[in-house]
Design a protein around this ligand. Structure first.
Ligand code: WT7
Length: 633
């Protein structure tokens, strides 16, 4: 990729200018020179943001797994592709060379085929961070099935909603999952989800924990039974550039999750290019992203980005605190990790434990550190820099979204200097802009505006599965002809962006994107709840935590029990990540005259900014505000 290695500030400027002045020439050359195609495109880019229409590399033919696997097997078959580090350090790690990985993927692909899966079918994957998760994802890509990975921390109802929405006919899961000291019975959750779905499904079961599970012989298939009969090779299905590669659900400001659709070619080109440059990956480096493949970070920067570059990528099954808080650093030392990519919430949790857990670990292999998922606060940044980076590693604070497929704003080691708490500069090809309420460009420095992107990049999501109108409404209607990210941001005088957070009803808790609406829907199902409003408030480790203001239908004695029931309900409907940290019972919620809940006021109360409530005289029920303040937690 040498012409496309961003190795100096001059190179960045040169490529950035090319990418903006002649985007089609730029991306066409890059795509041509760095990937294997069965057929080239007839048109590089077709787009109309007003209709939320984007297509890249029209009529091109390819298979992403040829680019991620076969071509590297040809060049360096024995090079390690994936290192699997289990939850329990006493269990042996496993590593898969490119050639072994290709075989595993082909076998899994043949298993899926034997179960009747065809190009275009949706395959729901509900697995822990075990090698079979990677095999399944890539196997789908191999045969042109559309994978929909659901994070294995989601509850049975959340899983069911996602299965129903994309009408997947098959679910790949495991008996159980190890997370620190805990074992979670995933198969049971899948059984419950399928009860809810009431549609015909097949289940492919992977063994991990070997605990006993219910087997429904008509529906459930054991991987170990099917895999013995299949071939070691499977031809790659030749895909159109714009065929869907996967669906990945993300929360929105209504109850229904949004199935973001990413397509084959553009996604491959952009995640590959950003991976190489943002992490300055050199041949032979060991790269580790601690995310789960259930999130976009894992899709783009554990699997597709690294593998398309022929990199060595670590998959970690465990958690940072098990067996103790030195786990991450032990793994860094064990494999000599060169690039380490994690989330601010993990950094804060680790920083809270002090530095003793780092002391006996050799972190000298580290060259680049990264963060993603939410704004990183200064203390956490400094701790990461000083103790993990030994003041010697650039930190890339990468801003992006499920919808963007890849990193859009980030520093680049030795090219774009990092600046604590700033994501810094738009990546090559990214035309970012800050807008004021009226949609005019904000030109002043240090003033917060709405972050938009004015021009398509190859890995932008193409639609919301089954609901293109919602795609237009959510991202392309706020400002004409622009993609609206939902985030606020400002720029310093040098053009460095700092993301300030969401400006809509999405709250980022521990780096997880949670919509308030689905949580409120879950709470409102409690028979005693009249109405509820969820807001975020600052939390030392999670970044934001959830604060629920809840009005009951009638007074009740056992408020503590009700609070517990509410959190149980949330766990069941969405998952434990969405539980409320604080619950306050109120006699009413502040509303506008048109009946809309004034979340701004509740947000300020939850954050203890009582002097900052603004004008409340126009409320329908101003009295309720004083009562809420008096009883606030
Ligand atoms: C939202 C997207 C991108 C993978 C993980 C999350 C927030 C993400 C940063 C960052 C400040 C960030 C934004 C964004 N976010 N990265 N470096 N600095 N905020 O993906 O679940 O789609 O969430 O996460 O608010 O819109 P996601």
């Amino acid at each position: 990729m040498s012409r496309y290695n961003i190795d100096s500030p001059e190179k960045y400027s040169q490529l950035y200018i090319e990418s903006v002045n002649e985007p089609e020439v730029f991306w066409s050359e890059l795509a041509s020179n760095n990937f294997l195609w069965e057929a080239k495109w007839s048109k590089v880019l077709d787009w109309d943001f007003r209709k939320a229409k984007v297509s890249w590399f029209k009529d091109a033919k390819l298979n992403i797994t040829i680019n991620c696997l076969d071509r590297h097997v040809k060049n360096h078959p024995t090079k390690t592709a994936i290192i699997f580090e289990p939850n329990n350090p006493d269990e042996e790690y496993k590593s898969y060379s490119y050639s072994e990985l290709l075989t595993e993927v082909c076998k899994m692909a043949n298993v899926l085929k034997s179960m009747g899966v065809k190009k275009g079918d949706r395959v729901c994957i509900y697995l822990p961070m075990i090698p079979e998760l990677a095999f399944s994802v890539l196997a789908c890509a191999r045969i042109g099935a559309i994978h929909s990975v659901v994070f294995a921390g989601f509850s049975s109802s959340a899983l069911a909603a996602r299965i129903v929405d994309c009408k997947s006919g098959i679910i790949i899961t495991s008996d159980g999952s190890y997370r620190g000291k805990k074992i979670l019975n995933l198969k049971k959750i899948v059984d419950e989800a399928l009860e809810i779905c009431k549609s015909d499904q097949k289940v492919l079961l992977v063994k991990r924990t070997n605990e006993s599970v219910n087997i429904n012989s008509k529906r459930d298939f054991l991987l170990e039974d099917l895999i013995v009969d299949v071939d070691n090779f499977c031809d790659a299905e030749i895909m159109d550039a714009e065929d869907p590669l996967f669906i990945l659900y993300t929360s929105g400001s209504t109850g229904k999750p949004k199935g973001m659709v990413h397509t084959c070619a553009g996604y491959m080109v952009y995640t590959s290019f950003t991976f190489k440059n943002v992490f300055q990956y050199d041949d032979g480096d060991i790269y580790w992203c601690t995310a789960d493949i259930g999130w976009i970070t894992g899709h783009s920067y554990i699997l597709y980005g690294p593998l398309s570059n022929g990199a060595t990528t670590i998959m970690f099954e465990g958690v940072p605190s098990f067996p103790d808080y030195s786990r991450f650093w032990q793994v860094v030392e064990k494999f000599g990790v060169n690039q380490f990519y994690t989330a601010p919430t993990a950094i804060r949790a680790l920083a809270k434990q002090g530095t003793s857990f780092l002391k006996n670990c050799d972190l000298s292999s580290l060259k680049v550190l990264g963060t993603v998922g939410e704004p990183i606060n200064l203390e956490a940044w400094q701790w990461y820099n000083k103790y993990v980076g030994r003041s010697n590693c650039p930190i890339v604070d990468t801003w992006w979204q499920t919808e963007t497929g890849g990193i859009l704003i980030s520093s680049i080691p030795k090219v774009i200097p990092d600046k604590p708490t700033f994501a810094t500069k738009p990546f090559i090809g990214i035309q970012a802009i800050l807008l004021d309420e009226n949609g005019n460009e904000l030109k002043e420095f240090n003033t917060v505006g709405k972050l938009c992107i004015q021009y398509p990049w190859p890995s932008i999501a193409r639609t919301i599965w089954g609901d293109h109108k919602r795609y237009i409404d959510t991202y392309f209607s706020a400002f004409e002809n622009k993609y609206f990210t939902g985030d606020g941001a400002f720029k310093d005088k040098d053009g460095n962006y700092r993301i300030t957070g969401r400006v809509d009803d999405v709250i980022i808790v521990s780096g997880h994107n949670l919509g308030t609406a689905p949580i409120e829907d879950a709470i409102n199902e409690h028979e005693l709840v009249a109405e509820s409003a969820i807001v975020g408030f600052p939390h030392q480790i999670k970044g934001n935590a959830l604060y629920g203001f809840i009005t009951l239908k009638q007074e009740h004695e056992n408020i503590d029990d009700i609070k517990k029931e509410i959190n149980l309900l949330i766990s069941k409907k969405i998952g434990p990540i969405a539980k409320l940290d604080k619950i306050q019972m109120t006699n009413g919620l502040p509303k506008t005259r048109s009946g809309k809940i004034m979340r701004r006021i509740l947000r300020n109360i939850a954050s203890k900014e009582f002097d900052n409530l603004g004008d409340i005289s126009t409320l329908l029920n101003p009295d309720v505000v004083k009562e809420i303040i008096d009883n606030s937690l």
